[in-house]
Design a protein around this ligand. Structure first.
Ligand code: DC
Length: 221
């Protein structure tokens, strides 16, 4: 079974889907890491964002592997552990633009489908229910207000030792929303058959409970 969870940055997709992996044993797949790996390589190679051909070349060449670990997945970019680095401010500020390049998306979608092949998975991203797995058995669109999403990201950064202010994070959330929703291909949008959950006033447990209920109901049909 494939469960697609889409929604904007900070809507709680990551936290919630990780929790569901623990509770019902569905494998959790964070598709954002594939774009973050391309963005990291772009930064490391000193490539400018307008050098699309070079960015596409990177997307075609890189090897991304995800290994399950107790305390968060291990992300391997060309066999190097980049789990922390792909969450840096620098990567976060360019990843949306990198992920707007159509040929980069085509390659990453191919990779994401391979990573999920033949498994019970809960996949989170922006275009999972619309593009990557349009036939997913369950589709969720997770939303929350801009302010609460920025607050959650800010607190996550503090925990991970990333030095930012709340205002900086809020600006970044707004900018990323705009970029994510206005992409020519793979834009963030609600699939027609997605169930919307607004997490602004819900606890993590409540959101997890709702999604598990939806999955179980589907499985019983
Ligand atoms: O979920 P995240 O913040 O790690 O995602 C990083 C970026 O990748 C985000 O700006 C949008 C993009 N992305 C995408 O375009 N499609 C996906 N399926 C997942 C992420």
């Amino acid at each position: 079974m494939i469960v697609a969870v889409d929604g904007p940055a900070g809507s709680g997709k990551g936290t919630v889907t990780k929790r569901i992996e623990k509770e019902i044993g569905f494998l959790y797949l964070d598709t954002g890491v594939t774009y973050r790996c391309v963005a990291l390589e772009v930064l490391r190679k000193g490539i400018e964002l307008n050098e699309e051909d070079k960015i596409i070349e990177i997307a075609n060449k890189i090897d991304v592997k995800i290994q399950k670990r107790e305390n968060g997945d291990l992300i391997l970019l060309n066999n190097e552990d980049v789990s922390k680095e792909i969450r840096s401010k620098e990567v976060t500020s360019i990843v949306s633009q990198v992920s707007s390049i159509i040929k980069v998306r085509e390659k990453m979608v191919e990779l994401q489908r391979k990573l999920a092949e033949g498994k019970n998975v809960i996949v989170e991203g922006r275009d999972i229910g619309t593009v990557v797995f349009p036939n997913a058995e369950v589709k969720i669109y997770l939303d929350a207000s801009e302010e609460i999403r920025a607050k959650r990201r800010y607190e996550e950064n503090v925990q991970n030792g990333i030095n930012t202010t709340y205002e900086e994070v809020l600006e970044n959330v707004k900018l990323r929303d705009y970029n994510d929703m206005n992409k020519k291909v793979g834009a963030l949008k609600k699939a027609k058959d997605a169930i919307v959950i607004d997490s602004t006033n819900l606890t993590i447990e409540q959101v997890v409970g709702k999604i598990i209920e939806i999955i179980v109901n589907k499985g019983n049909k």
